[in-house]
Design a protein around this ligand. Structure first.
Ligand code: UDP
Length: 363
Protein backbone atom coordinates (compact mmCIF):
# COMPACT_ATOMS: atom_id res chain seq x y z
CA UNK A 1 0.00 0.00 0.00
CA UNK A 2 1.26 3.51 -0.84
CA UNK A 3 0.19 6.07 1.72
CA UNK A 4 -0.43 9.35 -0.09
CA UNK A 5 -1.28 12.67 1.55
CA UNK A 6 -3.47 14.79 -0.78
CA UNK A 7 -3.21 18.48 -0.09
CA UNK A 8 -5.80 21.22 -0.50
CA UNK A 9 -5.67 24.77 0.76
CA UNK A 10 -7.74 27.21 -1.24
CA UNK A 11 -10.93 27.41 -3.33
CA UNK A 12 -9.46 26.37 -6.71
CA UNK A 13 -8.00 23.22 -5.11
CA UNK A 14 -11.32 21.76 -4.00
CA UNK A 15 -12.74 21.14 -7.48
CA UNK A 16 -9.43 19.50 -8.44
CA UNK A 17 -9.33 17.07 -5.51
CA UNK A 18 -13.04 16.10 -5.50
CA UNK A 19 -12.98 13.66 -8.47
CA UNK A 20 -9.66 12.21 -7.37
CA UNK A 21 -10.89 11.33 -3.88
CA UNK A 22 -13.73 9.41 -5.55
CA UNK A 23 -11.43 7.67 -8.06
CA UNK A 24 -9.11 6.41 -5.32
CA UNK A 25 -11.84 4.04 -4.15
CA UNK A 26 -11.18 1.88 -7.23
CA UNK A 27 -7.58 1.28 -6.14
CA UNK A 28 -6.34 -1.53 -3.89
CA UNK A 29 -2.80 -0.21 -3.71
CA UNK A 30 -3.26 3.45 -2.78
CA UNK A 31 -4.17 4.65 0.70
CA UNK A 32 -5.28 8.31 0.40
CA UNK A 33 -5.24 10.79 3.28
CA UNK A 34 -6.79 14.24 2.83
CA UNK A 35 -5.10 17.28 4.39
CA UNK A 36 -6.51 20.84 4.36
CA UNK A 37 -3.97 23.53 5.20
CA UNK A 38 -6.70 26.04 6.07
CA UNK A 39 -5.36 28.69 3.66
CA UNK A 40 -9.00 29.45 2.82
CA UNK A 41 -11.15 28.82 5.87
CA UNK A 42 -14.52 30.58 5.75
CA UNK A 43 -17.69 28.77 4.71
CA UNK A 44 -18.12 30.56 1.38
CA UNK A 45 -14.54 29.85 0.27
CA UNK A 46 -14.10 26.39 1.79
CA UNK A 47 -16.62 24.20 3.67
CA UNK A 48 -19.44 24.90 1.18
CA UNK A 49 -17.34 23.21 -1.54
CA UNK A 50 -16.75 20.13 0.61
CA UNK A 51 -20.52 19.76 1.07
CA UNK A 52 -21.50 20.42 -2.53
CA UNK A 53 -18.77 18.36 -4.17
CA UNK A 54 -19.02 15.48 -1.68
CA UNK A 55 -15.37 15.77 -0.64
CA UNK A 56 -14.69 13.71 2.49
CA UNK A 57 -13.95 15.65 5.66
CA UNK A 58 -10.19 16.26 5.78
CA UNK A 59 -8.30 13.77 7.94
CA UNK A 60 -5.97 16.59 8.99
CA UNK A 61 -6.46 20.38 9.10
CA UNK A 62 -3.45 22.64 9.64
CA UNK A 63 -5.72 25.67 10.26
CA UNK A 64 -3.12 28.20 9.13
CA UNK A 65 -5.58 30.98 8.12
CA UNK A 66 -4.63 34.06 6.13
CA UNK A 67 -1.38 35.97 6.53
CA UNK A 68 1.32 37.58 4.38
CA UNK A 69 2.61 35.08 1.81
CA UNK A 70 5.88 34.34 3.62
CA UNK A 71 4.25 33.91 7.02
CA UNK A 72 1.55 31.71 5.56
CA UNK A 73 4.09 29.52 3.73
CA UNK A 74 6.22 29.31 6.88
CA UNK A 75 3.25 28.25 9.02
CA UNK A 76 2.22 25.58 6.52
CA UNK A 77 5.77 24.25 6.32
CA UNK A 78 6.21 24.09 10.08
CA UNK A 79 2.90 22.30 10.68
CA UNK A 80 3.17 20.03 7.65
CA UNK A 81 6.62 18.83 8.70
CA UNK A 82 5.14 17.54 11.98
CA UNK A 83 2.42 15.75 10.02
CA UNK A 84 5.03 14.07 7.82
CA UNK A 85 6.97 12.93 10.89
CA UNK A 86 3.90 11.30 12.43
CA UNK A 87 2.07 9.99 9.30
CA UNK A 88 5.20 8.90 7.38
CA UNK A 89 3.58 9.08 3.91
CA UNK A 90 5.14 7.43 0.87
CA UNK A 91 4.10 10.37 -1.29
CA UNK A 92 2.22 13.65 -1.29
CA UNK A 93 -0.04 14.90 -4.07
CA UNK A 94 -0.40 18.64 -4.56
CA UNK A 95 -2.70 20.40 -7.03
CA UNK A 96 -2.59 23.77 -8.81
CA UNK A 97 -0.45 26.70 -7.82
CA UNK A 98 -1.42 28.11 -4.41
CA UNK A 99 0.91 28.70 -1.45
CA UNK A 100 -0.05 25.33 0.08
CA UNK A 101 1.08 23.58 -3.14
CA UNK A 102 4.58 25.03 -2.91
CA UNK A 103 4.97 24.97 0.89
CA UNK A 104 4.12 21.26 1.25
CA UNK A 105 6.33 20.38 -1.73
CA UNK A 106 9.37 22.00 -0.12
CA UNK A 107 8.78 20.09 3.12
CA UNK A 108 8.32 16.75 1.34
CA UNK A 109 11.37 17.26 -0.89
CA UNK A 110 13.62 17.83 2.12
CA UNK A 111 12.27 14.72 3.87
CA UNK A 112 12.77 12.55 0.79
CA UNK A 113 9.02 12.00 0.32
CA UNK A 114 7.85 11.63 -3.30
CA UNK A 115 5.92 14.58 -4.72
CA UNK A 116 3.16 14.31 -7.30
CA UNK A 117 2.05 17.59 -8.91
CA UNK A 118 -1.35 17.51 -10.57
CA UNK A 119 -1.68 20.41 -13.06
CA UNK A 120 2.07 20.59 -13.62
CA UNK A 121 3.83 22.54 -16.36
CA UNK A 122 1.59 25.61 -16.70
CA UNK A 123 3.59 28.81 -17.14
CA UNK A 124 2.58 32.44 -17.54
CA UNK A 125 6.29 33.41 -17.78
CA UNK A 126 5.38 36.31 -15.48
CA UNK A 127 7.23 36.14 -12.20
CA UNK A 128 5.38 39.11 -10.76
CA UNK A 129 2.51 36.67 -10.37
CA UNK A 130 2.73 34.86 -6.99
CA UNK A 131 1.26 31.68 -8.52
CA UNK A 132 4.06 31.51 -11.12
CA UNK A 133 6.65 31.24 -8.33
CA UNK A 134 4.58 28.48 -6.73
CA UNK A 135 4.41 26.62 -10.07
CA UNK A 136 8.15 26.89 -10.79
CA UNK A 137 9.23 25.72 -7.33
CA UNK A 138 6.71 22.87 -7.17
CA UNK A 139 7.61 21.54 -10.62
CA UNK A 140 11.33 21.79 -9.91
CA UNK A 141 10.82 19.52 -6.88
CA UNK A 142 8.15 17.12 -8.15
CA UNK A 143 8.86 13.46 -8.96
CA UNK A 144 5.72 12.90 -11.01
CA UNK A 145 4.43 15.79 -13.11
CA UNK A 146 0.84 15.26 -14.26
CA UNK A 147 -0.08 17.75 -16.97
CA UNK A 148 -3.35 19.00 -18.50
CA UNK A 149 -2.14 19.82 -22.04
CA UNK A 150 0.70 19.58 -24.56
CA UNK A 151 1.97 23.13 -23.87
CA UNK A 152 2.59 22.08 -20.26
CA UNK A 153 4.65 19.06 -21.38
CA UNK A 154 6.68 21.34 -23.65
CA UNK A 155 7.32 23.89 -20.87
CA UNK A 156 8.65 21.13 -18.62
CA UNK A 157 10.87 19.69 -21.37
CA UNK A 158 12.24 23.17 -22.03
CA UNK A 159 13.15 23.40 -18.34
CA UNK A 160 15.04 20.11 -18.58
CA UNK A 161 12.53 17.88 -16.77
CA UNK A 162 13.06 14.25 -17.79
CA UNK A 163 10.25 12.96 -20.03
CA UNK A 164 10.09 9.88 -17.78
CA UNK A 165 8.53 12.04 -15.05
CA UNK A 166 5.89 13.73 -17.24
CA UNK A 167 2.42 12.20 -17.73
CA UNK A 168 -0.37 13.95 -19.59
CA UNK A 169 -3.59 13.13 -17.77
CA UNK A 170 -5.88 15.97 -18.94
CA UNK A 171 -7.78 18.58 -16.99
CA UNK A 172 -9.09 17.41 -13.63
CA UNK A 173 -11.27 20.53 -13.09
CA UNK A 174 -13.30 19.53 -16.11
CA UNK A 175 -14.09 16.15 -14.47
CA UNK A 176 -15.83 18.10 -11.72
CA UNK A 177 -17.50 20.48 -14.14
CA UNK A 178 -19.04 17.72 -16.28
CA UNK A 179 -19.97 15.64 -13.25
CA UNK A 180 -21.84 18.47 -11.52
CA UNK A 181 -23.44 20.32 -14.45
CA UNK A 182 -26.75 18.39 -14.27
CA UNK A 183 -27.00 19.18 -10.54
CA UNK A 184 -26.00 22.81 -11.13
CA UNK A 185 -28.83 23.14 -13.66
CA UNK A 186 -31.26 22.74 -10.73
CA UNK A 187 -29.90 25.80 -8.90
CA UNK A 188 -32.49 28.58 -8.49
CA UNK A 189 -29.82 31.31 -8.73
CA UNK A 190 -31.09 32.87 -11.99
CA UNK A 191 -34.51 33.52 -10.48
CA UNK A 192 -32.98 34.60 -7.16
CA UNK A 193 -30.91 37.26 -8.94
CA UNK A 194 -33.67 38.06 -11.46
CA UNK A 195 -31.45 37.18 -14.41
CA UNK A 196 -32.51 35.70 -17.76
CA UNK A 197 -30.47 32.95 -19.42
CA UNK A 198 -28.00 34.36 -22.01
CA UNK A 199 -28.92 37.92 -21.13
CA UNK A 200 -26.22 38.68 -18.60
CA UNK A 201 -22.45 38.67 -18.18
CA UNK A 202 -20.60 37.08 -15.26
CA UNK A 203 -17.51 38.69 -13.69
CA UNK A 204 -14.85 37.37 -11.29
CA UNK A 205 -11.70 39.30 -10.35
CA UNK A 206 -9.16 38.69 -7.60
CA UNK A 207 -5.60 38.72 -8.98
CA UNK A 208 -3.31 41.24 -7.26
CA UNK A 209 -2.44 42.74 -10.68
CA UNK A 210 -6.09 43.84 -11.05
CA UNK A 211 -7.32 44.53 -7.54
CA UNK A 212 -4.36 45.68 -5.46
CA UNK A 213 -4.07 49.20 -6.89
CA UNK A 214 -6.77 51.80 -6.57
CA UNK A 215 -6.44 53.26 -10.06
CA UNK A 216 -6.56 49.85 -11.75
CA UNK A 217 -9.61 48.51 -9.97
CA UNK A 218 -11.37 51.86 -10.24
CA UNK A 219 -10.97 51.89 -14.01
CA UNK A 220 -12.17 48.27 -14.26
CA UNK A 221 -15.25 49.11 -12.15
CA UNK A 222 -15.95 52.16 -14.35
CA UNK A 223 -15.75 50.01 -17.50
CA UNK A 224 -17.99 47.31 -16.04
CA UNK A 225 -20.44 50.06 -15.15
CA UNK A 226 -20.37 51.25 -18.75
CA UNK A 227 -20.92 47.70 -20.13
CA UNK A 228 -23.87 47.27 -17.76
CA UNK A 229 -25.82 49.90 -19.65
CA UNK A 230 -26.09 47.26 -22.44
CA UNK A 231 -26.32 44.01 -20.48
CA UNK A 232 -26.95 42.90 -16.89
CA UNK A 233 -23.77 41.97 -15.03
CA UNK A 234 -23.39 39.77 -11.97
CA UNK A 235 -20.12 40.00 -10.05
CA UNK A 236 -19.66 37.50 -7.18
CA UNK A 237 -16.87 39.29 -5.37
CA UNK A 238 -13.81 37.56 -3.91
CA UNK A 239 -13.05 38.65 -0.30
CA UNK A 240 -9.70 40.13 -1.38
CA UNK A 241 -11.38 42.35 -3.98
CA UNK A 242 -14.12 43.42 -1.58
CA UNK A 243 -11.61 44.33 1.12
CA UNK A 244 -9.49 46.36 -1.34
CA UNK A 245 -12.51 48.28 -2.67
CA UNK A 246 -13.42 49.14 0.93
CA UNK A 247 -9.83 50.19 1.72
CA UNK A 248 -9.65 52.40 -1.40
CA UNK A 249 -13.00 54.02 -0.52
CA UNK A 250 -14.56 53.05 -3.87
CA UNK A 251 -18.30 53.64 -3.60
CA UNK A 252 -20.29 50.68 -4.86
CA UNK A 253 -23.63 52.38 -4.21
CA UNK A 254 -22.99 54.76 -7.11
CA UNK A 255 -22.97 51.87 -9.61
CA UNK A 256 -25.66 51.17 -12.22
CA UNK A 257 -28.21 48.81 -10.59
CA UNK A 258 -27.72 46.47 -13.60
CA UNK A 259 -24.22 45.79 -12.23
CA UNK A 260 -24.99 43.51 -9.28
CA UNK A 261 -22.31 42.63 -6.76
CA UNK A 262 -22.81 39.61 -4.52
CA UNK A 263 -20.85 37.38 -2.15
CA UNK A 264 -18.69 34.56 -3.58
CA UNK A 265 -21.03 31.76 -4.68
CA UNK A 266 -21.02 28.04 -4.11
CA UNK A 267 -19.91 25.79 -6.96
CA UNK A 268 -23.38 24.80 -8.18
CA UNK A 269 -24.79 28.34 -8.25
CA UNK A 270 -21.64 29.59 -9.93
CA UNK A 271 -21.70 26.90 -12.64
CA UNK A 272 -25.38 27.58 -13.28
CA UNK A 273 -24.54 31.26 -13.81
CA UNK A 274 -21.50 30.53 -15.96
CA UNK A 275 -23.24 28.04 -18.25
CA UNK A 276 -26.20 30.41 -18.73
CA UNK A 277 -24.17 33.59 -19.20
CA UNK A 278 -23.75 35.42 -22.50
CA UNK A 279 -20.07 35.89 -21.70
CA UNK A 280 -17.61 36.00 -18.80
CA UNK A 281 -15.03 38.58 -17.74
CA UNK A 282 -12.38 37.13 -15.42
CA UNK A 283 -8.80 36.91 -14.22
CA UNK A 284 -9.28 33.40 -12.79
CA UNK A 285 -7.29 30.48 -14.16
CA UNK A 286 -10.03 27.95 -13.48
CA UNK A 287 -12.76 30.10 -15.00
CA UNK A 288 -10.74 30.46 -18.24
CA UNK A 289 -10.72 26.66 -18.46
CA UNK A 290 -14.35 26.12 -17.51
CA UNK A 291 -15.58 28.66 -20.09
CA UNK A 292 -13.51 26.85 -22.74
CA UNK A 293 -15.09 23.53 -21.74
CA UNK A 294 -18.55 25.13 -21.90
CA UNK A 295 -17.76 27.16 -25.08
CA UNK A 296 -18.83 30.37 -23.36
CA UNK A 297 -17.02 33.53 -24.57
CA UNK A 298 -14.42 34.57 -21.99
CA UNK A 299 -12.55 37.88 -21.76
CA UNK A 300 -9.47 37.60 -19.56
CA UNK A 301 -8.23 40.74 -17.82
CA UNK A 302 -4.57 39.76 -17.69
CA UNK A 303 -1.51 40.51 -19.81
CA UNK A 304 -0.79 36.77 -20.16
CA UNK A 305 -2.17 33.36 -19.31
CA UNK A 306 -0.55 30.14 -18.14
CA UNK A 307 -3.40 28.40 -19.98
CA UNK A 308 -2.67 29.35 -23.65
CA UNK A 309 -4.74 26.44 -24.95
CA UNK A 310 -7.87 28.33 -23.85
CA UNK A 311 -6.87 31.03 -26.37
CA UNK A 312 -5.53 28.78 -29.14
CA UNK A 313 -8.36 26.25 -29.09
CA UNK A 314 -10.87 27.55 -26.59
CA UNK A 315 -13.26 30.49 -26.24
CA UNK A 316 -10.88 32.77 -24.32
CA UNK A 317 -9.36 36.12 -25.40
CA UNK A 318 -6.88 38.33 -23.55
CA UNK A 319 -7.74 42.00 -22.99
CA UNK A 320 -4.82 42.79 -20.66
CA UNK A 321 -5.42 46.01 -18.80
CA UNK A 322 -6.75 47.75 -21.88
CA UNK A 323 -10.25 48.96 -21.06
CA UNK A 324 -10.93 49.92 -24.68
CA UNK A 325 -10.21 46.33 -25.68
CA UNK A 326 -12.49 45.08 -22.91
CA UNK A 327 -15.30 47.29 -24.26
CA UNK A 328 -14.73 46.07 -27.81
CA UNK A 329 -14.72 42.41 -26.80
CA UNK A 330 -17.80 42.92 -24.63
CA UNK A 331 -19.63 44.52 -27.58
CA UNK A 332 -18.68 41.59 -29.80
CA UNK A 333 -19.91 39.09 -27.24
CA UNK A 334 -23.17 41.00 -26.73
CA UNK A 335 -23.68 40.98 -30.52
CA UNK A 336 -23.11 37.19 -30.50
CA UNK A 337 -19.97 37.50 -32.65
CA UNK A 338 -17.33 35.20 -31.18
CA UNK A 339 -14.64 32.91 -32.54
CA UNK A 340 -15.31 29.21 -33.16
CA UNK A 341 -13.76 27.15 -30.40
CA UNK A 342 -13.22 23.54 -29.42
CA UNK A 343 -12.73 21.59 -26.21
CA UNK A 344 -9.06 20.52 -25.86
CA UNK A 345 -8.09 16.85 -25.96
CA UNK A 346 -8.33 14.97 -22.66
CA UNK A 347 -10.63 17.57 -21.11
CA UNK A 348 -13.13 14.76 -21.11
CA UNK A 349 -14.16 14.11 -17.53
CA UNK A 350 -11.89 11.06 -17.21
CA UNK A 351 -8.74 12.65 -15.82
CA UNK A 352 -9.11 11.35 -12.24
CA UNK A 353 -9.08 7.73 -13.49
CA UNK A 354 -5.94 8.43 -15.51
CA UNK A 355 -4.28 9.96 -12.42
CA UNK A 356 -5.04 6.86 -10.31
CA UNK A 357 -3.72 4.65 -13.08
CA UNK A 358 -0.39 6.58 -13.20
CA UNK A 359 -0.08 6.57 -9.40
CA UNK A 360 -0.69 2.82 -9.23
CA UNK A 361 2.08 2.24 -11.76
CA UNK A 362 4.60 4.74 -10.49
CA UNK A 363 4.35 4.93 -6.69
N1 UDP B 1 -15.90 29.71 -8.33
C1 UDP B 1 -16.99 29.46 -7.51
N2 UDP B 1 -17.67 30.53 -6.97
C2 UDP B 1 -17.31 31.82 -7.23
C3 UDP B 1 -16.20 32.06 -8.07
C4 UDP B 1 -15.51 30.97 -8.59
O1 UDP B 1 -17.36 28.29 -7.26
O2 UDP B 1 -17.96 32.74 -6.72
C5 UDP B 1 -15.15 28.55 -8.87
C6 UDP B 1 -14.89 28.54 -10.36
O3 UDP B 1 -15.98 28.00 -11.08
C7 UDP B 1 -13.66 27.65 -10.44
C8 UDP B 1 -12.89 28.03 -9.18
O4 UDP B 1 -13.86 28.60 -8.30
O5 UDP B 1 -14.05 26.28 -10.36
C9 UDP B 1 -11.81 29.02 -9.50
O6 UDP B 1 -11.28 29.52 -8.36
P1 UDP B 1 -10.49 30.91 -8.31
O7 UDP B 1 -10.96 31.82 -9.39
O8 UDP B 1 -10.57 31.38 -6.90
O9 UDP B 1 -8.98 30.48 -8.53
P2 UDP B 1 -8.01 30.39 -9.77
O10 UDP B 1 -8.61 29.38 -10.72
O11 UDP B 1 -7.87 31.73 -10.37
O12 UDP B 1 -6.72 29.91 -9.19
Amino acid sequence: MSKIINIVGARPNFMKIAPLMKAYSSSNSLEPILLHTGQHYDAKMSSLFFEELGIPKPDINLEVGSDTQAKQVAKIMERFEDVCFSVKPDAILVVGDVNSTMACSIVAAKLGIKIVHLEAGLRSFDRTMPEEINRLVTDALADLLLTPSLDADQNLSNEGVSPSKIFRVGNIMIDTLFMFLPKAELSPILDDLKLQSKQFALVTLHRPSNVDEKEGIQSIMNTLNEISSDIDIIFPMHPRTKENLRKFGINLNALNPRLQICEPLGYLDFQKLMSNSKFVITDSGGVQEETTALKIPCITLRENTERPITILEGSNVIAGKDMQKLLEYANQAIAGKWKQSQIPAMWDGKTANRVVEVLERKL
